[in-house]
Design a binder for this molecule. Structure first.
Ligand code: 5FX
Length: 531
């Protein structure tokens, strides 16, 4: 099957903290894999976790757009040094952090279409962006724009019914509205607005790439049933926005030939095709080959739960996105902002910065943690809308610290997963005898953490051989988009091994965690009332 038996596919994941790339063979087996860490490999941009946040504006989170361009220059050189034969690559696709927006200035399309193969991309595109720092998904500074957007379309429930979500601060619509209001001159000279996924596709295409339906579902602007922009939402955000966004497209669209820049600079075949890029959670769904009834838990900078939906639904919390594999289907998504950075904080304070000690401490405490329950929110959490650390003892008194480090470690992990179960059930997810949890992301390599996940959800936890499902999803989508006319996604991915069972829940798990979920709801209700 495939374009040719020696065809390879290039998949990328432009995530919050790093750019990752993988080359797979025609059977989708990994041949090469590498990454560029923004903080360490591109220190000149002075990011922390790939993002710039200033104490004076704690709710603002941006990333230098040019940092992502330079990371692409670097990662292709790293792949070349790894010995990748670019001439065999039949198609390219990828994933990227959702919701962030890139602002292409006047004349940038011409620059994209006329790149000089003797120069780095970052040299040639240094002046191409009308907004140098892209707002990213960790930003929560747009509550005012959210209210205006909801009012403009008839309220939060109406917006959720049409676009799959009520207004969220990190979503692109509110972020674009803020740029148009606070930087009108920059907005006026903006020729195109991309998501970070379609921005990455644009670099490979050598032209503006369309926004795909799945990542476009994270903007509060796309009607997820008609797959077209919702005019009232566009008008509630910024003037003349439709032309700046372009026409959205299916998430496995074959966009066109690879830019000649890459053919001449790296030796790609001129027949290599660019397939639409999508959001990282949609890419993870592709990479995990998620099926109806399964739940995916991605443990990365953000923690997300997502599942396959055959039909859209209106939700007051969480999101419904167009499905990246099947144009007629959807996916449900719950995003928890305080993921790996919070786990790293507690690892540093309670486990001397060592994951091994962290695991030992976690393993040394009983399920239920002696009745202690805690919530840790370094940054403004999305669900629930809370911030700060909130520790509770067995008597349900809020306390400032736990006496032991092992209690603190278990309180963090149990609290994160209990919250996920509570909000997944609110979303309508029913945990049953056939439920399978598929774990991915950095923390999915930590067995002790996965055991807590299995216990809290009272379900078996499976892992794929490659922890980075968003990156693998890019590679799978490259072949899927190239050969979709001949083969279905299942046919294209059938050669892949089934995920591995990582752990099963203990028999007493549900009797411990079901009551803790109820306790979590009560605690959150009281904290929200106070805040
Ligand atoms: O905001 C999110 C999803 O809605 C996050 O998972 C980002 O996509 C992480 F990059």
């Amino acid at each position: 099957m495939g374009a040719a038996s020696n065809a390879t596919y290039l998949g990328l994941d432009l995530s919050t903290q790093q750019l990752k790339a993988v080359v797979v063979d025609d059977e989708l087996k990994v041949l090469h894999e590498t990454s560029v860490q923004f903080d360490n490999d591109l220190p000149e941009f002075r990011t922390y976790g790939g993002v710039i946040q200033r104490k004076a504006e704690p709710h603002v989170a941006v990333s230098p757009t040019l940092m992502w361009v330079k990371a692409l220059d670097m990662i292709l050189d790293k792949l070349r040094v790894c010995g990748v034969d670019f001439s065999k690559v039949a198609a390219i696709s990828g994933s990227a952090q959702q919701h962030g927006t890139v602002y292409w200035g006047k004349g940038s399309r011409h620059q994209l279409q006329n790149l000089d193969p003797n120069k780095f991309l970052h040299e040639q595109l240094a002046m191409s962006f009308s907004v140098a720092h892209s707002p990213v998904w960790m930003d929560s500074s747009t509550s005012e724009q959210c209210r205006r957007l909801e009012d403009g379309v008839g309220g939060p429930l109406k917006l959720a019914e049409i676009t799959g979500s009520r207004a969220y601060e990190r979503f692109s619509g509110a972020q674009i509205a803020k740029i148009a209001q606070k930087k009108p001159e920059a907005y006026a000279i903006t020729e195109r607005i991309s998501l970070i996924s379609s921005f990455a596709a644009s670099l490979f295409l050598g032209d503006f790439a369309p926004i795909d339906w799945s990542d476009g579902s994270g903007m509060n602007l796309l009607n997820i049933r008609t797959k077209d922009w919702h005019q009232k939402a566009l008008e509630a955000c910024a003037p003349d926005l439709r032309d700046r966004l372009g026409t959205p497209t299916s998430s496995y669209s074959n966009l066109g030939p690879l830019s000649s820049y890459f053919v001449e600079r790296f030796g790609f075949d001129e027949k290599c095709r660019v397939i639409a890029f999508t959001g990282d959670n949609s890419g993870s769904l592709v990479g995990m080959r998620l099926k109806e009834g399964d739940v995916a838990c991605s443990l990365g900078t953000s923690d997300t739960l997502f599942l396959w939906l055959n039909e859209p639904k209106t939700v007051v919390e969480g999101h419904v996105l167009c499905n990246p594999i099947d144009d007629e289907a959807y996916m449900g998504l719950l995003c928890f902002k305080n993921g790996s950075l919070t786990r790293e904080r507690i690892r540093d304070t309670a486990a001397q910065g060592s994951w091994q000690i962290f695991e030992e401490l976690l393993d040394s405490t009983p399920r239920g943690n002696f009745g202690n329950l805690a919530l840790y929110y370094d940054a403004q959490e999305i669900i629930p809308f809370l911030i700060g650390d909130h520790r509770f003892n067995k008597a349900n008194d809020e306390i400032s610290r736990y006496s032991s480090k092992e209690v603190e470690v278990r309180a963090l992990i149990e609290g994160q997963f209990i919250a996920k179960r509570a909000h997944a059930e609110d979303f309508g997810f029913i945990i049953g005898p056939h439920t399978r949890i598929f774990a991915t992301g950095g923390a999915s390599t930590n067995k002790a953490i996965l055991q807590v996940l299995a216990d809290v959800f009272n379900s078996p936890v499976y892992v794929s051989e490659v922890a980075n499902s968003a990156m693998m999803g890019g590679a799978y989508q490259a072949k899927h988009g190239l050969l979709r006319d001949k083969y279905s996604f299942d046919e294209i991915t059938k050669s892949l091994p089934e995920p591995t069972l990582a752990c099963q829940p203990y028999d007493d798990a549900d009797s411990i965690y079901k009551p803790m979920v109820l306790r979590y709801r009560k605690i959150v209700e009281e904290l929200l009332a106070k805040s």
